[in-house]
Write a protein of this length. Structure first.
Length: 126
């Protein structure tokens, strides 16, 4: 679901809250992967059979790759939500997050919104 559809369906505050929750879920996944990497290093032993060493190495690589991906998604979603939130203030009356989406330009990646309080119209770029 895109930005405009999410805001139209739930409102800005719910969209923002859900985006932050999604980003923090990725943070939890990152922490779990870090624990998995540390646990795999802990059980790794050079005296273990070759198959166990290979399994431990695969676990380290897999947990590390998933952890890096989850960390990147966490940071992306967090900065995306914050970037949009900084633009959610009406320039005219300074009301925060009380607007309706009137148009979406997917080419320029902009939303045209108008304030519910003073009816001022401005653009939010994403």
């Amino acid at each position: 679901m895109g930005l405009a559809d999410g805001i139209r369906k739930r409102g800005f505050r719910k969209w923002y809250e859900r985006t932050l929750i999604r980003s923090h879920a990725y943070l939890v996944l990152t922490l779990l992967c870090a624990i998995g990497v540390m646990a795999a290093f802990e059980v790794h032993s050079r005296s273990a059979p070759w198959s166990d060493q290979l399994f431990d190495a695969a676990a380290i690589v897999l947990c590390g790759a998933v952890g890096v991906h989850a960390l990147r998604r966490y940071l992306y979603l967090l900065t995306y939500a914050e970037r949009i939130a900084h633009q959610a203030v009406c320039p005219n009356c300074k009301t925060y997050a009380r607007f309706n989406v009137t148009a979406e330009d997917r080419v320029q990646q902009q939303l045209t919104v108008h304030c519910r309080h003073c009816a001022h119209e401005w653009s939010i770029s994403h």
